[in-house]
Structures are given as structure tokens and as C-alpha cells.
Design a protein around this ligand. Sequence first.
Ligand code: ZN
Length: 401
Amino acid sequence: MCMTKSYKLKVFANKKKIKELNKLVAFWRDQVNHKIKLFWSFENVKSSYPPQQYCCGGKLVGDASVKSWRIVKGAKATEQKEKPYFEGKEIDLDQICIYIIPEFKTKLFDIWFKVISLTPRKRLVLPCKRTKIFNEAVKKGRLKKSFKLLKINGNYYIECYVEFPEVKKKNNNIVGIDVGLNKAIVTSDGKILGKELKDLRIRTKWRSYKRKLSPVKQWLNHYAKKLTQLYPNSDFAVEKLLFKGKKGSSKKFRRNNNNWPYMWLAKKLSELGHLKGFEVIKVNPYGTSIKCPLCGAADKANRHGELFQCVSCGHTGDADMVGAVNIKLRAERVAREHYVPLTSLGTLGTGTFVSKRDLIFTGENIISAYKSPTASLISSHTLQPTLCPSHCLSPRVRLLH
Ligand SMILES: [Zn+2]
């Protein structure tokens, strides 16, 4: 398994080259939109590539056809009603259309690209400067041979992709992380990070930062890194955030949803996890803010703003930290789960299962069962086959150690 990260390098082109690039981008945009119009009328866009006869006319035309085919295919798959429009701020370039001039450097520019142009057999030579982050990335990972040419606010960038091998480590500790409204990031052992985030979120709107990362995102990146330094050899647990209305939710809805900083943090942590070898476990967020981590009582009355006080056992604590502890506990439970094929149930015997309370149903099907010492008897044939959520498609039953 690999993970890919992207890095932008600015193109330092003179006026003549910018003009050529503008022409190239406009040509690509028109080609893609022209083909979208054509393919949109097709009944069947199921195949991976467009029919051969629409791909001739040169390398760029062929690639544009494939691009528009994928756009149409994607739009039809999500039952989009209107014909898509390609705004044309980017061109996908494979290794035939672009390559790095090997071993070539000048005083000012230390990486040069040769890019296909609209004139046959003529290539555009584009100088760029390596950035520090890019250099570090290519030292650790493998630079891919395909690139993207991007046009952002009149400037051109080459987006590079670096593949990193995934690191796997076995960690014994799980740190729960909650993002409280007042304290930003709270960990299950009571550390509070990023108190300044709340003010930043109020003062800045992230939409106005198209080119650079918004200050909030920069802070969140910083704290994701900080968490990995504070807790080496640990896995992290976060809430799995589900958007209401999931599929149908518009971009605008997602943008306005105030959970995005949390999503960003979780995403950043996951990326770091692939590189450094820890896991980010996402748990069901239901009730994490009102459940008592000591006695398990879940009651809205447990929560008084920032204070948590259990109505059942009297346990008190900081409400955000209680949330983080619950997230940690839930993740530990998830980590103990394992899946067994349904066919091996016979060998587990019939007496080892669970009370009905511990079975999780989806409609008529039992989707999982917790093995517990106090279980009452349920025979194995009452356990319906289910699909294991992690990749394997054979019927399985989920058990806890
Ligand atoms: Zn309690």
C-alpha cells in the first residue's frame, strides 16, 4: 500500500511562454467541453475508455477525450441532470506529454520541464524552482511520472505527485481526541491544544484563501504534527463525522458545516499516520458527550455546559475531556473486534454468544455480535450472514475478544 501526496511548483515563464500556455489550456478546455457535449448524448458510458474513433487527432485530443469521458461517466453515475462544464484550469499530463529534463539546472531554476505544445514536434521548456518540502518528499518517496499543469490566478504551476510507502507499526496506546467548541483540541489525558483556534475561526473565512492555506488550516496542520510528537508510538481515535443527508449534501452545505476543521485535523492525522506508522481510528460519535466513562450511564442531564457530572455515579470532569475519553474507550473496543467467517461458527460452539441485547441488527440481519461471559445462549443458526465492513465480501460475524 502506498499513499500519494501532491506538491505544487511554480512555473517561471516569460510572456511568450505564458501566451503559449494560455493557448494550450484554452485548447484543452474547448476539446474537453466539445467532447462532453458529444458524450452527454450517449446512452451508454459504462466502459473505461471512449470508443476508439473519438480519440484520434493527436495525443492531446485523445487525452482530452478520455478526460471528458470520465467527467460524463462520473456525472451520469451520480445522476447529475445538467451537462457538466469543464472550466479548464488544469491539464492532466502523462509521461509522453511532460517530463523533467534530466540533470539540467541553471543558476536560478533547478528543475526544468518539457511540455507538449500545440505546434507539432515543438515542446515548451518551463523552468521551476524546487521547494524545500518538495525536496524532502522526493528524498523519502518516489516521484510519479505524470503531472498536472494548473492555472491559478493567472500563474502556472506544475503539480507533482510523490508516492510514499506505508509504514506499519504496532502501538499499544490509543489517544482519544475531541474538538471542543471552546478549547479546540482536547486529548483523553487532558491536554488542551490550540486555544487560539476559536478566535481564528471567528475572524477568518476560509473561502477567501484560494491559493494559500487558510490560517485555521495552517494551525490544524501544526497541531496534527504536534500531537504525533507528544504521543509517539500511539494510535489516535477521532469521531467519525457523518453529514446529515450524506450523498445529497451540496458543496455549499459541506463548506458551511462547522465540522470542517475537525475533518481537516482527522485527515491530516491520517496522512501522517501513513508516513509514521500509526493508525487513526474513527469511532461512532453517538453519545460521546453525554456518556459517563466510569459507569456508562448516558444521560443528557450529565452535561452542564463545560462541566460533566454523572447523575448516576457522581463522576465529575471537564465535558470536552470526558468526550475525548469516551472516544478513546470506544476505539479500544473497536480495536478488540475481529471478524470470523460464518463457516467457522460451528467450531466456536453455540454457547459462546451473547445476549440479544449485544447483537447489532440491520433490518432482519444480525450484523455483529459481542462475545461476553454473561451471554445467554443463542444458537449459531440464528446468526444471519452479513458482510464484513472491511473489504472482504464473504459473510462474517463480528466478535469481541
Ligand atoms: Zn457515572
